[in-house]
Write a protein that binds this ligand. Structure first.
Ligand SMILES: N[C@@H](CCC(=O)N[C@@H](CS)C(=O)NCC(=O)O)C(=O)O
Length: 209
């Protein structure tokens, strides 16, 4: 399999999931700004929206959208405990949907969009308080989004990482802050972060040239 990713973007959740599942994959970096691939080709010829993640599966299918990619990885044969099992899959879908629509797109995508006006940013900050409080209430007293580590944790971790580069104070949400710190220690997450951080810094340095 091949995962198209941009460093420290939402695609890090799929990288973490692949490590957790013990799945064989290669990782192809997409330049977030130019949409170029390492071979010079335009990523939009692979995925016309130019967005990551995209997963080329073993049978050659290109799977896009975080929700679908993460769910696919968690159900791979051999994904073991990453698959929450049939009874927890409904709750998994609920939380993946909440993280994707209400947090990722409904808050952070607006905060980080360079074309967003101050009014849009204020709106996103207002929504962030309501939505993060909802996630905070769910996570209070829990180790994971479900009963054990799942792709919802990987996605929530990826999204909470972005608070570090936003006006949102994660310490206003103690359960989420504790979740974030704890999850960073998990071997799959620590490995993914250590691999992507230098790539992120290199991409930023190149963009500033
Ligand atoms: N609906 C998509 C959104 C993915 C997304 O927003 N990806 C961001 C990185 S976190 C991206 O590729 N942005 C580049 C762009 O918008 O051109 C999904 O759930 O996969």
């Amino acid at each position: 399999m091949q995962l198209y990713f941009s460093p420290l973007s939402c695609s890090i959740a799929s990288r973490i999931a692949l490590y957790e599942a013990g799945a064989e994959a290669t990782f192809v970096e997409v330049d977030r700004r130019t949409k170029r691939l390492p071979d010079g080709n335009d990523y939009r010829d692979v995925h016309s929206l130019g967005m990551v993640p995209a997963l080329r599966t073993e049978d050659g299918t290109l799977l896009t959208e975080n929700f679908a990619v993460l769910q696919y990885i968690s159900e791979l044969p051999g994904a073991g405990p990453l698959d929450p099992g049939p009874e927890a899959r409904t709750a998994l879908r609920q939380w993946l949907s909440f993280i994707a629509s209400e947090l990722h797109k409904g808050v952070f995508a607006m905060l980080f969009d360079p074309t967003a006006s101050d009014e849009v940013r204020r709106y996103a900050m207002h929504k962030s308080a309501i939505r993060l409080a909802h996630m905070e209430r769910h996570m209070a007293g829990r180790a994971f989004v479900l009963e054990r580590f799942s792709v919802a944790d990987a996605y929530l971790y990826a999204v909470l990482n972005w608070t570090l580069a936003s006006p949102i104070e994660l310490n206003d949400y103690p359960a989420l802050e504790a979740f974030h710190s704890r999850t960073m220690e998990r071997p799959s997450v620590a490995r993914a972060f250590a691999e992507e951080l230098p790539l992120y810094r290199a991409a930023r340095a190149q963009a500033a040239e």
